[in-house]
Design a protein around this ligand. Structure first.
Ligand SMILES: C[S@@+](CC[C@H](N)C(=O)[O-])C[C@H]1O[C@@H](n2cnc3c(N)ncnc32)[C@H](O)[C@@H]1O
Length: 495
């Protein structure tokens, strides 16, 4: 029988009451595997036609599918061309529910390795800004890779503490996701080590950290904006009690109903903020007393995903609105402020200044069917970037990327980047070679090998080529005498 910490079992019996036996039996069932389609590259319908695996739609995620235990989607070329992300099905829910529109300024505050940030970025369709942050350096690097594989051009990847971000971005973002570090009680079946590491104090330890994170997030949201708070745990301390704490500390926040709420979501539980859920000395009477009956009742707007009720491991979600401007404001065209114009003028000066150094890039860019805003091209130590149109004050912050890394200028030649390749559509580069997914040369290419190209497969017999798999860009190569020299990024290669 799957081993659970006894104190956890006791707590869950109290929360779930007569549902507990079904919950407990669920640990003996095989777990479900999910993949989520990159909606900026392909529609679920198109992917179903193309998919090499058997897929079953996830009922509450419009671009999510279950796949079979024996499939290996992480080794398929479509994974490398950013067509999907592998993700536990209930973890797909927060980014699916947060209403993000192209043009929004979006922050994912605890983003690594990017399961939710990639969906938020795909929803932006290249317009607006995706700021994705993680406090851990190694995890932020994994986040950068996943955002790049997804081809998201308008991203800012940060490695900061929330307090520092809050200094730079007061009331700046339209939408914020806080997928908080938590005690991970919904991860036990997927990762039995989390169950071994669990102890009764863990939820409270996490709650202390979450309080700081959620307040800093609240301060970075503009009035009228929306914040989605989620955890993959069941404990009231990290869920209903955390939302109550926010409403006490920031009374301008209210819990919104989840749009098109899936019938399988269980409501949040107002009674879980009552005294019996914490040892007396830890119970925050102030929080409880400060909330109105209406606020307490609105906790039912939150959603609990229970693994014995739905095909997912478990999650908690709360969609919050910050009172102020109307929520619809985020849908309007951004207002061009005077300050912004000045910045543009300044940028075009710098573009002029760099124009000579950038000549090799401009020569290459002539062959790309991209509607560039040249004021956004920046070059630093030979590396060329396309910074997001929505500028963010990054001064003094640790960031790994601001915008799309386009490539490098080396001795008067421009070497396009892997990130640029996967951010393009096949039709945007005239010299594209398109091979089907089952052509074994694709696997050789992904391993970093040189591959042979027949004359009729390439439009031009030499020079840069964009290698595509079934119509989706995978990476660059240089064609010389029928051989495609491999330019697939070494750190992304298939081993
Ligand atoms: C639940 S995981 C996020 C998973 C991610 N949203 C995804 O879907 O792939 C929580 C993340 O929060 C990060 N974290 C922990 N404390 C943090 C803090 N104070 N500020 C920002 N990130 C933090 C951890 O490094 C971890 O990557």
């Amino acid at each position: 029988m799957f081993a659970l910490p006894p104190a956890f079992e006791e707590k869950m019996k109290k929360i779930l009451k007569e549902e507990y036996p079904a919950f407990r039996e669920g640990y003996e069932l095989p777990r479900k595997f999910g993949l989520r389609i990159n909606r900026d590259k392909i529609t679920p319908e198109e992917f179903e036609k193309l998919a090499p695996f058997e897929l079953t739609p996830i009922p509450w995620v419009d671009n999510g599918f279950y796949y079979g235990e024996n499939d290996r989607p992480s080794r398929h070329p479509f994974y490398y061309s950013g067509l999907y992300y592998l993700q536990e099905p209930s973890a797909m829910t927060p980014a699916n529910i947060l209403p993000v529109n192209p043009g929004d300024k979006v922050l994912d505050l605890c983003a690594a390795p990017g399961g939710k940030a990639t969906e938020l970025g795909a929803k932006l369709h290249g317009k607006g800004l995706l700021a994705a942050n993680d406090i851990s350096g190694p995890r932020a690097r994994a986040l950068l890779k996943n955002v790049e594989v997804f081809g998201i051009p308008n991203s800012l990847i940060l490695n900061e503490v929330p307090a520092k971000l809050a200094e730079n971005f007061p009331e700046f973002f339209d939408k914020i996701l806080v997928d908080a570090p938590c005690s991970g009680e919904g991860m036990f079946r997927k990762d039995p080590d989390t169950a071994k590491a669990w102890k009764p104090e863990k939820p409270l330890e996490c709650a202390r950290m979450q309080k700081e994170i959620i307040l800093r997030a609240a301060d970075m949201l503009r009035p009228g904006g929306m914040l989605l708070y989620s955890t993959c745990t069941f404990s009231p301390e990290e869920n209903e009690q955390m939302i109550s704490f926010l409403m006490k500390e920031r009374p301008e926040f209210e819990i919104l109903p989840i749009p098109n709420r899936y019938e399988g979501f269980a409501p949040g539980r107002p009674e879980l903020i009552e005294k019996e859920w914490l040892p007396a000395e830890l119970w925050d009477e102030d929080v409880f007393d400060s909330l109105t009956e209406e606020q307490k009742a609105s906790l039912t707007n939150c959603a609990r995903i229970w693994p014995h009720r739905m095909g997912g491991e478990g999650h908690f979600l709360a969609l919050l609105g910050k009172k102020g401007d109307t929520l619809e404001l985020a849908l309007e065209e951004p207002v061009v402020k005077k300050g912004k114009k000045k910045r543009k003028e300044k940028q075009s000066d710098s573009a002029k200044k760099f124009s000579k150094e950038l000549t090799p890039f401009f020569d290459f860019a002539k062959d790309l069917d991209v509607d560039w805003d040249f004021t956004r091209i920046e070059v630093r130590k030979g590396q060329v970037y396309y910074v997001p149109a929505e500028s963010a004050a990054v001064r003094g912050l640790v960031f790994l990327r601001n915008g799309l890394y386009l490539g490098e200028i080396r001795k008067d030649r421009f070497e396009p980047s892997q990130a640029l390749a996967v951010s393009l559509k096949k039709a945007q580069y005239w010299n594209a070679i398109d091979l089907p997914a089952d052509d074994e040369r694709i696997l050789h290419y992904l391993k970093g090998e040189t591959i042979e190209i027949e004359p009729e497969e390439a439009k031009s017999p030499k020079g840069w080529q964009l290698l595509c798999v079934s119509g989706y860009p995978l990476g660059w190569g240089k064609l010389v005498n029928g051989l495609l020299k491999n330019k697939f990024l070494a750190s992304w290669r298939l081993s």
